[in-house]
Design a protein around this ligand. Structure first.
Ligand SMILES: Cc1cc2nc3c(=O)[nH]c(=O)nc-3n(C[C@H](O)[C@H](O)[C@H](O)COP(=O)(O)O)c2cc1C
Length: 193
């Protein structure tokens, strides 16, 4: 059986981002459990702020179409994203909004979010680890876009001190939870493949 294809997507493009670090760790761990992993950066898909008149005049930008096609080429999507003001980053929300508007020939609505499985996690220097952003992101993906999001999620607090020099998660219980989340993502993605 072919390895399930998993897309790893950070919701931050900041240099030295904790969530890019978490995404890189996810990619490493997913490869170890035989997933076929692609890691992307939203910096490679620059998008204007969504605006209805812009869409009416010009349709979805090419980068929104490219991003939608990239998501659709995978059986699972892992998102690691920061918490901004108790919610998701505008970068990630804007990307999701644009992708939700792309409708190529024969697509059902929200095509990019159907037929694949999502897993979400966050890292923050704060004490909650970005937990509130995960609640918001789950709502956007599940209720807004009709996606299947696995219940397992990991929020990593005190992110400045949460990773060792090899960028592994130091706390053993959290590291185990993270691996269990990724294993579940791969299991579910296999069902979708
Ligand atoms: C506008 C803004 C709002 C933020 N709000 C929160 C917040 O509500 N909760 C939190 O834990 N951290 C918050 N932070 C801090 C981010 O978690 C921190 O900057 C983090 O390092 C960003 O993620 P990154 O390292 O992946 O870029 C906020 C940061 C910014 C810039």
């Amino acid at each position: 059986m072919a390895a399930p294809k998993i897309l790893v997507l950070p919701g931050s493009t900041r240099s030295r981002s904790h969530n890019i670090k978490l995404a890189a760790l996810a990619a490493k761990e997913l490869t170890l459990i035989d997933a076929d992993v692609t890691r992307i950066s939203l910096a490679d898909y620059p998008l204007p702020l969504y605006e209805g008149d812009l869409e009416s005049k010009a349709g979805a930008p090419d980068n929104a179409v490219r991003l939608k096609q990239m998501i659709m080429a995978h059986h699972g999507v892992f998102i690691a994203s920061p918490e901004y003001s108790a919610s998701v980053t505008p970068l990630l929300k804007n990307a999701i909004d644009w992708v939700s508007r792309v409708r190529e020939r024969g697509d059902p609505t929200y095509a990019a979010f159907k037929g694949r499985v999502f897993a979400i996690s966050s890292a923050s220097p704060g004490r909650s680890g970005g937990l509130r952003s995960l609640m918001a992101l789950r709502q956007i993906l599940e209720l807004g876009c009709g996606a299947l999001v696995i219940p397992e999620q990991v929020a990593i607090p005190s992110a400045d001190n949460a990773f060792d020099e090899m960028d592994n998660i130091i706390d053993i219980a959290t590291a185990n939870l993270f691996r269990a989340q990724l294993a579940r993502l791969v299991d579910m993605a296999r069902v979708m493949s």
